[in-house]
Design a protein around this ligand. Sequence first.
Ligand code: FES
Ligand SMILES: [Fe+2]
Length: 332
Amino acid sequence: MIPNQWYAVLSSHQLKKGKVVGARRFGKDLVFFRNQAGEAGCVTSLCAHRGASLAKGCISHEHIRCPFHGIEYDPTGKCVFVPSDGKASTADYARFHLESYHLKELGGIIFAWYGEGEPDKEPDCFDVLLDPSYTCDHMNDAWKVHYSRVIENQLDVSHLAFVHKTTIGRGNKTLANGPKIVWLDDNTLQTSANNEVDEGQIPKPAEECEIRNTNLTFKFPNMWLNHVTDKIMIFAFFIPVDEENSIIALRFYNKITGMKWVDKVIAWFGSIANRIIERQDKRIVETQLPKKSSLHMQENLVSADMPIIQYRSKREQLIRVASGSSKQENQK
Ligand code: FES
Ligand SMILES: [Fe+2]
């Protein structure tokens, strides 16, 4: 994990008002809940009383209530009511305090702050998520690898002709020119496949390639956008479950006709296509070892892997910066 980042961790539509959802994130069993006012909270799922899971709990008085003995916690993890002690109790329940996560919602996505202290920035989000002229359909799939492997697969331009030879990689374009990589800002990397049929030519260097209209953009720490055309975009976020598991959340956005219900039908078919393609990737990526990538590991990378190298380098740099700042905090 890269500390001090907003991670996209759950689609808002999966957390309805008055509901509780247990989910594993960041290697911990967590519980997300939304009160009747629409506010979402996230705390660790084990009740501090006798260890029952709050995932089986419910919302009561705008708090999450444990299913076992009815103890209630607020969204900050503070224990606010112990029924067996009664409403008149003035006892100090500080020892019951649960770990909690700051949440923000943008574009129908719940972001959780993975870091120490208060967030010092807003989640970095793609414009399409906030643009009401687009209609989308959403799907999730669990992969048995660390989320870094799923991200790298989405930045990999040379697997298309092999993994997707029956779908988006048709045409036997095995030779990878470039690829060109542009940093749109400090947090955002863009690239595009510029592949050709191999007729014995030398691949063009990145400087002679361009970012095409169909391109890939990645925002740290875990969001990606495939700009297919101005009216069709495929968006993904890569949910960190634990060291060996992740969830890919894929959305097909479009505004092809501008009529909401027609675009919804198109998005629904888009999700079917997304699932077929994502399953082609998953079949192979789940075989990769180790299950988590890092900058210095025993792989032999080639020119076509440059987007992956840049992802790893930036990730390492962000981790270094975050661990440096937490050391400074500790020394204060
Ligand atoms: S275990 Fe949760 S209230 Fe007792
Ligand atoms: Fe793929």
